[in-house]
Design a protein around this ligand. Structure first.
Ligand SMILES: [Zn+2]
Length: 270
């Protein structure tokens, strides 16, 4: 594993509001890099991102995360600006009460355009495990790849990472990443790994014809939990991406983009 430079472009810590790893940050980073993960994009509240960078240094790419159904909208813009001011280069959005493409969110996207920051969108299904009623309930169709397409049409210079490949609207995500120059996508998060490799191979290489325009914008990500002392589960995601790249005979230069090159470009890492 160690010979390939990998960036896990979508991870969390557990729980979000604290960083659980008690040992030396430097020792953890050495261990993870030896295991094949050079850096991780941490999607967490701004304060947790800040703590993580303080402890783990450039192993952590801070990506403050916003539940659009929670903070009052008038507070959001200023809060995002403060995160960008201390050095974050990406912002993650999830759980909108309106479709992502709704103009209510346009000032946020304009801010990211003005600051040259990346927009990370949770796309598709959003986990829900509670037994309490969710009020108002999150409508997962608001997070379809089609709405990211509309955002990209309105803000063509906004750089976008669609997390989770618009699960279960896979085809939609593929079409949008293929067509919109600034939209990239990852397959992180629980479900993609359970679908057949034949389906994925056909998505990126139908009948064996490699569609480089889409594949070259795929980003390695797991959605797994890092920065703790327990077991790390990124291995099965490395295996999943590896099997896909092998199955479709992806050339070396594209593999490098998928494992780390695209993440470096999107998150602005040297
Ligand atoms: Zn996630």
């Amino acid at each position: 594993m160690t010979d390939i430079l990998r960036i896990d472009a979508h991870v969390h810590s557990s729980p979000f509001d604290d960083i659980k790893y008690r040992g030396s940050g430097a020792a953890y980073v050495r261990r993870m890099r030896k295991a094949g993960i050079h850096a991780v994009a941490l999607l967490a509240p701004g304060e947790a991102c800040r703590k993580a960078v303080g402890k783990f240094g450039d192993f952590v790419i801070p990506v403050p995360m916003y539940y659009l159904n929670r903070l009052p909208r008038e507070d959001l813009r200023g809060d995002i600006e403060r995160q960008l001011d201390w050095g974050c280069r990406a912002i993650k959005f999830t759980a909108p009460l309106h479709p992502y493409s709704h103009e209510i969110y346009w000032p946020l996207y304009q801010l990211l355009v003005d600051r040259g920051a990346l927009a990370v969108f949770h796309t598709g299904y959003l986990w829900f495990g509670g037994t309490e009623p969710q009020i108002p309930p999150i409508e997962i169709t608001h997070m379809r790849g089609a709405h990211v397409d509309a955002v990209a049409r309105r803000f063509p210079t906004l750089r976008i990472l669609m997390s989770h490949f618009s699960n279960p609207w896979w085809e939609e995500a593929w079409k949008v990443m293929w067509n919109r120059p600034n939209v990239y996508a990852d397959m992180s998060g629980h479900t993609a790994i359970f679908r057949s490799m034949t389906m994925w191979a056909e998505t990126f290489a139908p009948d064996g014809r490699l569609m480089e325009d889409a594949l070259s914008k795929l980003v390695f990500a797991s959605d797994e939990s890092y920065l703790h002392t327990g077991e790390h589960k990124f291995g099965e995601w490395v295996d999943f991406y590896q099997r896909l790249l092998d199955r479709i005979n992806a050339p070396e230069r594209i593999r490098k983009l998928v494992w780390a090159g695209n993440a470096k470009k999107l998150y602005g890492i040297r």
